[in-house]
Design a protein around this ligand. Structure first.
Ligand SMILES: Nc1ncnc2c1ncn2[C@@H]1O[C@H](COP(=O)(O)OP(=O)(O)OP(=O)(O)O)[C@@H](O)[C@H]1O
Ligand SMILES: [Mg+2]
Length: 383
């Protein structure tokens, strides 16, 4: 099955650049690669300095790119469903314009690009599928779309299709809610099935998420949030890429920046227990030929399709009345362990080891109640 690599990160950190360089590397290694961009600003086309279509467009040997056309996708997958929803909302006394708005599926633009991923994954035309994602916040939303969409559809169309078919002609004259037509039901069923499959693929070992960041305070914080939530949703982050690292020769003017970045690079290694790749800040923007150079510099002899980190860095489970956060802590022993909670952060320090964990909302409001060690895993109870 194809390998899927998703690149995300805060706005402007270099997602498109890194995704494009990765695609170049994999295509050079002989993998037939498709890079998909969802960015309406078409920056992927700018990176490669050529026009890209909403279908796979050849860029070089083994390398194809496409830019998703959201409007078209929306029409293809959602139009008849939207029509029904509009009628439904109107029947509930909701104003025309508002009804139209409500009928727009939340996060559909993101879903559209994920459906492409599913399509090409199933077709097996390509060995590697690379997704140049939207900034972190939106990507998190996007990656929760399969979950949310399932919920939405269950809630809304929770009626068994077969049952509805029997009930509809009898019930419709008596109730004031219009029921969906066969066509709408089929579309919903189809979309629902696809979303389910998508979720399975994204959570499988075939998919890795890679967070691109810069050594800057705000960027690190947002990346941490993303890292925690990605883990929580069951996605596998297998490395992070720190872009725009000032080279030592940056000079006197950047002396402060060099100091700061040094500190932040250390923080990054405390906070992200996965391999870290670094890219220096270049003299000029990285487009065209420069992307090819970067692809070699970034991965060297490494194959970007490998899974750089296999473990599940953290897990949250509910045990009776409390939550248990499990994290891998291979070097620590319980004696020299210190736990410190600062608002949304949990700091774990031992002699040789330090981890800072950004806590999701469900834990941030609770207090840690002690820890246990089981099979190299630290289990922290919250209540
Ligand atoms: N290491 C680097 N050195 C110099 N310039 C860089 C570097 N990395 C990226 N750039 C430049 O920074 C700009 C932003 O990069 P890019 O478009 O890849 O970011 P992005 O994260 O995809 O942004 P967006 O959130 O808008 O999609 C581009 O002009 C790119 O050429
Ligand atoms: Mg981009």
């Amino acid at each position: 099955m194809p390998r899927i690599l998703l690149f995300t990160g805060k706005g402007g950190v270099g997602k498109t650049t890194v995704a494009a360089a990765t695609a170049i590397k994999t295509s050079n290694l002989g993998y037939k690669t498709l890079i998909i961009s969802t960015d309406p600003a078409h920056s992927l086309a700018d990176s490669f300095q050529m026009g890209l279509n909403p279908i796979p467009t050849k860029i070089a040997e083994n390398l194809y790119g496409m830019e998703v056309n959201v409007e078209y996708e929306l029409e293809k997958h959602w139009d008849s469903i939207k029509e029904y929803l509009t009628i439904f909302f109107k029947s509930q006394g909701i104003e025309d314009v508002v009804a139209e708005e409500l009928a727009i599926f939340p996060g559909f633009d993101e879903l559209a690009s994920l459906l492409h991923l599913l399509e090409y994954y199933q077709k097996e035309d390509f060995d590697v599928l690379i997704l140049d994602c939207a900034p972190t916040g939106e990507t998190l939303r996007l990656l929760s779309v399969p979950e949310v969409a399932k919920w939405y559809m269950n809630r809304f169309f929770g009626i068994e299709k077969k049952l509805l078919k029997i009930v509809k002609p009898i019930a419709e004259p008596f109730i004031d809610v219009p029921l969906p037509s066969e066509e709408v039901l089929n579309k919903i069923q189809d979309l629902y099935t696809k979303i389910g499959k998508l979720k399975d693929i994204l959570e499988s070992k075939d998919t890795s998420v890679r967070i691109v960041m810069n050594p800057e305070k705000m960027v690190i914080r947002e990346s941490e949030r993303a890292f925690t939530y990605l883990n929580l949703f069951g996605y596998r982050v297998d490395c992070v890429i720190v872009n725009k690292v000032f080279p030592v020769q940056a000079g006197e003017y950047f002396a402060n920046w060099l100091e700061l970045q040094k500190k932040y690079l250390e923080e990054i290694s405390n906070r992200f227990p996965v391999p870290i790749f670094k890219i220096p800040f270049k003299e000029t923007e990285i487009i065209g030929e420069k992307l090819y150079k970067l692809s070699e510099e970034l991965y060297g002899d490494e194959d970007p399709t490998q899974v750089f980190y296999l473990d599940e860095p953290m897990r949250i489970e509910k045990e009776n009345e409390h939550f248990v956060l499990s994290i891998k802590a291979p070097f620590a022993s319980k004696q020299d362990l210190k736990l410190l909670k600062r608002g949304e952060e949990l700091v774990i320090v031992s002699n040789q080891w330090k981890r800072i964990i950004f806590l999701p909302q469900s834990l941030a409001l609770k207090e840690p109640q002690g820890a246990r060690f089981i099979n190299g895993e630290l289990k922290i109870k919250f209540r």
